[in-house]
Design a protein around this ligand. Sequence first.
Ligand code: ADP
Ligand code: MG
Length: 214
Amino acid sequence: MSVMTSTFSTLALAPELIRNLDSLGYTQMTPIQAASLPIILEQRDLIAQAKTGSGKTAAFGIGILAKLNPSYFAIQALVICPTRELADQVSNEIRRLARFAENIKVLTLCGGTPMRPQMASLEHGAHIVVGTPGRLLDHIGRGSIKLSTVQTLVLDEADRMVDMGFYEDIVGIVAACSPRRQTLLFSATYPDNIRKASEQFLREPAEIKVESQH
Ligand code: ADP
Ligand code: MG
């Protein structure tokens, strides 16, 4: 794999999205972004293995935003994260990446916060949902979330989610998503149970592994 860095402007992205990346100080892609974004933008499923701090959030965040239709107010992307802290970080990063458009709504759904306000937020709607497995499954069980419109499903820190015992919850969440979605699996390691997850959730995925830090 090439170790050359390249700029976001080499990708087929909307100019206003590139300008916003510039304003965030993102000009060069990190190695995981350079390796994954061409694949993600081709709408292929992907397993990406890279260390913490390598810029994975922007990789899938840009992928989500590149195909999001802001005028279609339905949940078009779902990101599943192992913890509330990570879900909050991912939501905040996607909101920053989404600043080029006025009206992209990102909703965070995690445990440890009251259910009722979340249900009210879901009734108002969102384009992108970021959440933890238990709470997402809870909403699915209550019928308060509709995931059949999901075009992009991201399993972030998949190895951690499996280690924390979330595998069966994820099975239930994935089953509620559109079968025609694109699925992106990000993991710091690639043990056997992640291979099993990828076979169950992804379709002919590309596999990339980036060793270097950015
Ligand atoms: P990971 O999920 O791989 O652990 P993050 O997505 O949290 O990593 O990104 C780590 C840091 O790198 C964040 O502070 C983010 O703002 C920054 N970052 C991501 N992409 C770029 C980029 N292309 N240029 C500069 N900084 C970036
Ligand atoms: Mg991350």
